[in-house]
Design a protein around this ligand. Structure first.
Ligand code: AKB
Length: 374
């Protein structure tokens, strides 16, 4: 016990230095007897050592490298130092990702491999993006179940065992046809009809359970559809809102797979990134909840097309409904109530529809980007 007490004191002092509350300190002590997997006193020793770093040491898991890269890595690395942000995946990264800073092979389904990475790199923050999105998840339920649910279990256990601050994104897809849709508050009925949505409700509940049970510093934002110029759509229902820009610039035509009046909440990637870093850095006492809705705007395909046509009047937009995607979209929120995020940790978006469209067209229109995404 005296050793544990001494380690705890060191951890507490250093954690206060880097802006943490004593929550992770509780984890280090509790993990000895209550951790969900067989955690030895050795593991608890490792969890203390992270406090020696001035910046968090961040591990980002993610299958959709293009998206993750633009989403977090660049800004994270600017903020925390190049070597303090490690990107990981099971796939070979494109060369611009590989040469931009540390990249490591990591399979979230391999617990030992994950643990080795966390220990060897003295990780303190884990940002967990690996997941199959809504439409692709419906096409491969068993893969979605293992990546989104089994993978999450490994991540939760590793984070609890090593006293990490853990971010897991959730989504508007965590709601379903029986949820209020306009607006959708943080707390309401959640009965999604997709494996993606079910896995995200599971993630929210498990993260909050680990927070209460083991003191895990779990933080979660429910993202709207995220629009990014730096990546191709990744198998989601909101993909049309990215694809329209690529097709408008490349071919002058766009065939939309949702009905023209399908309203969904959306956000530009820079806002999403900022929200993620802001909630990760928010003092624990400002968080009245561990899972927050965040939002920026809400629009339909028709409204987006009209805004694009203000810049490119010749673009032709037609509609050919994909029934799987349409059914998913019809069960999701139309407007997202993010007032708790605004109140608790000062969330404020920068991009509304006109700025979003202008930025996407500039970005995709610029030569180098088009060359890379194509
Ligand atoms: C999807 O469409 O599946 C995602 C989401 C809204 O979570 N973009």
């Amino acid at each position: 016990m005296p050793v544990i007490r001494a380690l705890s004191t060191v951890a507490k002092q250093a954690l206060q230095g880097f802006g943490c509350e004593c929550q992770p300190f509780t984890i280090a002590v509790r993990s000895i007897s209550f951790s969900p997997r067989q955690v030895t006193s050795d593991a608890s020793f490792h969890s203390v050592s992270f406090s020696e770093t001035a910046h968090p040491k961040v591990l980002i898991t993610g299958k959709f490298l293009g998206q993750t890269f633009s989403l977090d890595v660049v800004s994270c690395r600017k903020q925390f130092g190049n070597n303090n942000v490690i990107l990981s995946d099971i796939r070979k990264p494109p060369s611009h990702v590989f040469h931009s800073g540390p990249f490591i092979y990591s399979d979230i389904l391999d617990y030992k491999n994950l643990r080795e990475i966390v220990v060897n790199n003295r990780i303190t923050w884990l940002i967990h993006y690996s997941a199959l999105l809504s439409a692709v998840g419906e096409a491969n339920v068993s893969l979605a179940r293992s990546v989104n649910i089994t993978g999450l279990h490994n991540i939760l256990d590793i984070a609890a065992e090593h006293g990490l601050r853990l971010f897991v994104p959730s989504t508007i897809g965590a709601f379903g046809p029986t949820s209020p849709r306009n607006p959708t508050p943080d707390l309401c009925v959640q009965r999604p009809r997709t494996i993606y949505g079910v896995s995200k409700v599971h993630a929210e509940l498990m993260g909050e359970y680990y927070h209460h049970r083991y003191g895990l510093d779990f933080r979660c934002l429910r993202y709207p559809g995220i629009i990014s110029a730096d990546s191709q759509p990744g198998g989601g229902t909101t993909d049309y809102a990215v694809q329209i820009f690529h097709d408008a610039i490349k071919t002058g035509k766009f065939e939309c797979n949702l009905k023209p009046d399908t309203r969904l909440p959306m956000m530009y990637i820079d806002d999403c990134l900022r929200a993620t870093l802001e909630v990760m850095e928010a003092p624990a006492e400002s968080l009245s909840m561990r899972t927050y809705n965040i939002n920026a705007m809400s629009f339909t395909p028709e409204e987006l097309a009209t805004e694009v046509q203000k810049h490119m009047p010749d673009v032709q937009v037609t509609y050919k409904v994909d029934h799987v995607r349409q059914a998913i979209a019809d069960s999701w929120p139309q407007n997202f109530d993010d007032s708790n995020a605004r109140k608790d940790w000062g969330w404020k978006h920068d991009y509304d529809l006109p700025e979003l469209v202008q930025t996407m067209l500039n970005f995709i229109g610029s030569d180098s980007r088009v060359a890379r995404v194509n």
